[in-house]
Ligand binder design. Structure first.
Ligand SMILES: CC(C)(COP(=O)(O)OP(=O)(O)OC[C@H]1O[C@@H](n2cnc3c(N)ncnc32)[C@H](O)[C@@H]1OP(=O)(O)O)[C@@H](O)C(=O)NCCC(=O)NCCS
Length: 170
């Protein structure tokens, strides 16, 4: 039988595993144009971003650690400053919620989110925000069910270099 995992904050010893999970996360988003063009140095930069989240007092990464050193899941949290003319002044940004396929549907995301909410309360935050790909039907349904209201839609349009701009708005 599979062992129960342990929820804790990631350390630099977890960086290889975090990047491995991120690779799966990106692969799951391979049909989304905002995610599927990873720079050649993308894995190196993402590793540096995880390292910064681990070191920075305004951020953290929660993981579900297995006894063999592997990770069942992760979630990154970072305090961000809102635009100066909007409230609340500070927001909690939740990124890369990911649970390994064989550890899904066992409440692992709920465990990670519970830790994220506790972390947010300890920082006196009033709100957390989470970016979900528009094409990620399951994640949007889960987010909705777990109380995340959709407050905006990020739309993308490629710049067409073969047609004059005025023809592109006809
Ligand atoms: C989204 C993801 C993190 C969910 O992880 P999980 O550990 O399976 O989630 P949980 O078991 O904690 O489920 C939480 C709730 O979400 C809902 N849920 C989870 N998986 C679901 C599915 N496949 N379909 C419908 N609802 C689902 C359920 O309401 C569940 O609560 P319940 O089991 O008490 O009914 C996981 O599927 C994943 O890593 N997906 C790929 C990466 C991704 O899309 N991340 C989100 C990007 S924002």
């Amino acid at each position: 039988m599979r062992e129960e995992n342990q929820l804790r904050e990631a350390t630099e010893d977890d960086l290889d595993e975090l990047v491995a999970l991120w690779t799966h996360y990106i692969r799951d988003h391979r049909h989304n144009p905002a995610y599927n063009r990873v720079a050649r140095t993308g894995f190196v930069s993402r590793r540096a971003a995880f390292a910064s989240d681990i070191r920075d007092e305004n951020a953290t990464v929660f993981v579900l650690a297995r006894r063999d050193g592997g990770l069942d899941g992760m979630i990154s949290c970072r305090v961000e400053t809102n635009l100066p003319y909007f409230q609340p002044h500070r927001l909690g940004r939740i990124q890369t919620p990911y649970v390994r396929p064989d550890a899904r549907r066992k409440g692992n995301l709920k465990k990670l989110l519970t830790a994220a909410y506790r972390w947010a309360r300890e920082r006196e935050l009033l709100e957390v925000r989470l970016y979900v790909g528009a094409d990620n039907v399951v994640a949007n349904a889960i987010a909705e069910e777990l109380g995340f209201d959709a407050v905006g839609v990020v739309r993308r349009r490629a710049i067409d270099w073969s047609t004059p701009p005025e023809r592109q708005v006809e």
